[in-house]
Design a protein around this ligand. Structure first.
Ligand code: SAH
Ligand code: F3S
Length: 482
């Protein structure tokens, strides 16, 4: 036992020594999904071992890395604008090198080096371990690129450097890639085939986070419910695994239970759930463990069966309602949120009304809503004409947003008068006399600080609300307080 402690102390000292020896500065910025933010923490860790500490000042950076998103055209435009900014800064900081990571790197590959003179380095989501070699190449004056997608890489062996962390909540990625091929989505092309991470390395990371004082983790993947560990390899090759591997495989419901049991005082969240892959077992694991938060992000994209089919979402509207009912009967107070796309090719007014009526039926707590953006290379771009006029897309989107706002208010009001456990995450943006945290359903709660501190679990009586925020008063510590 003593030896183990010695080793961990020694490990800690080694990391500190490394940080002190590092003399190069990395500025890293992330756009898009939570997975990108999580990947940037892996990149920071890889580069910390190779001479770089992070900085928040562009002007002093030796290396600028931008982790990019391709999900909609607008996301790509945002990144192009940032490159212009780097260009302006480079005039005052000529030593600065610029690298592009993530989905745009994978999608555009060498085109990036041709189109954007400021870019020295292009690295896809599965090639971050090659960064030290690629940077060496860049430092010797050449452009460098690695956009090879992997069948194995999960970065399971890398302990992420927590960037911009509040010290309370952290992301833990559990799967990479996606096999679903929704016809609108670029992710399967930019992030490759789906593979799952060894549950042991997931539990190790969760235990490590707990020992560092973290109180909440979000298990991350494009499609977490499809998690399947059978010893490594692609999800699609599971059929070829040996009978023993198949019999001892760990699915998402199993993983949730393992994590919940490993750290019973840690809040567990997960994202994203594709409805077609969410099983009753997952809902039952959630119901069984108090530390798994009663909240599911369950994107549906459309309420029309015809559109769902064209999107290659492998469920019907009725099946989705059945799933919602299964959730509500087992977890009556479960928060549920959505993603919606307005104006998918050929979407009619009747299809749009189906989306509206589906929303009326579910009454989501929150939502993330977008107009359809055609993505080059997707099946949608190849097979369907982007034929819904922009003005119609925008009008439909606005109707969806307005309805969601009404439902958010309705759901937030359901919490009024209740006493709920809230994990304090940070100071409220509006007042330095108030804390901000979330209840299990992921609704933001603000309340007077009193003697409580960041990371405390506090029981809060909900007294008032706006459409998306609860305003309360603390009545004591919660049962999860260690
Ligand atoms: N894996 C998740 C979604 C990941 S992408 C799932 O199972 O649904 C996040 C969201 O971006 C999607 O849910 C979708 O609503 C939106 N999105 C993806 N591609 C889009 C496109 N081409 N145009 C508009 N919105 C898109
Ligand atoms: Fe995209 Fe569908 Fe996968 S939305 S990330 S292809 S589940």
């Amino acid at each position: 036992m003593e030896k183990v402690i010695d080793e961990s102390v020694q490990g800690q000292t080694l990391v500190q020594d490394k940080q002190e020896q590092n003399h190069k500065k990395l500025y890293i910025e992330s756009y898009g999904c939570q997975m990108n933010f999580s990947d940037s923490e892996i990149v920071a860790s890889i580069l910390q071992k190779n001479g770089f500490n992070t900085t928040n000042e562009l002007i002093e950076a030796d290396l600028v890395l931008v982790n990019t998103c391709s999900i909609r055209d607008k996301a790509e435009q945002t990144v192009r604008k940032r490159l212009e900014k780097y260009n302006a800064v480079k005039k005052h900081n000529p030593k600065m090198k610029v690298g592009v990571l993530g989905c745009m790197a994978e999608r555009l590959k060498s085109k990036f080096l041709e189109e954007e003179k400021i870019v020295d380095l292009v690295v896809g989501p599965d090639a971050y371990k090659d960064l030290p070699n690629l940077i060496e190449e860049v430092e010797s004056g050449r452009n460098a690129m690695n956009v090879i997608l992997s069948k194995e890489e999960t970065y399971g062996d890398i302990s992420p450097v927590r960037l911009q962390s509040n010290g309370v909540s952290a992301f833990v990625s559990i799967t990479r890639g996606c096999d679903n091929m929704c016809t609108f989505c670029v992710v399967p092309f930019t992030r490759g085939r789906e593979r799952s991470r060894d549950p042991k390395s997931i539990i190790d990371e969760v235990n490590d986070l707990w020992s560092k004082g973290f109180k909440e983790i979000t298990l991350l993947g494009q499609n977490v419910d499809s998690y399947l560990w059978y010893g490594g390899g692609l999800k699609k090759d599971f059929k070829k695994a040996s009978p023993i591997q198949q019999a001892t495989a760990v699915n998402f419901a199993n993983l949730l239970e393992m994590v919940a049991k490993a750290q019973p005082k840690m809040r567990i969240r997960f994202s994203t759930s594709n409805p077609q892959d969410m099983t009753i077992d997952v809902i039952e694991s959630m119901a069984k463990y108090d530390n798994i938060c009663n909240y599911i992000h369950l994107p549906v994209q459309s309420g029309s069966d015809r559109v769902l089919k064209k999107m290659n979402r492998l469920h019907t509207r009725e099946e989705y309602f059945q799933l919602i009912e299964n959730i509500r009967t087992r977890i009556p107070d479960c928060g549920i949120s959505q993603d919606m796309i307005a104006g998918f090719p050929s979407e009619t007014e009747a299809d749009h009304q189906d989306t509206i009526s589906l929303m009326e039926h579910v009454k989501y707590d929150f939502g993330f809503m977008f107009t359809y953006s055609e993505r080059p290379g997707t099946l949608g771009a190849k097979k369907f004409k982007d034929d819904v006029p922009e003005a119609t897309k925008k009008r439909r989107l606005q109707e969806i947003i307005d309805l969601q706002q009404k439902h958010s208010r309705f759901r937030t009001e359901q919490h009024l008068g209740k006493i709920q456990e809230v994990l304090i995450e940070k100071e409220s943006k509006k007042s330095d006399l108030q804390w901000s945290g979330r209840n299990a359903q992921s609704t933001t709660v603000v309340f007077p600080k009193e003697h409580y501190k960041v990371g405390d679990y506090v029981m809060v009586e909900m007294k008032d609300c706006t459409s998306a925020t609860l305003i309360g008063e603390a009545v004591g510590y919660g049962p999860m307080q260690a």
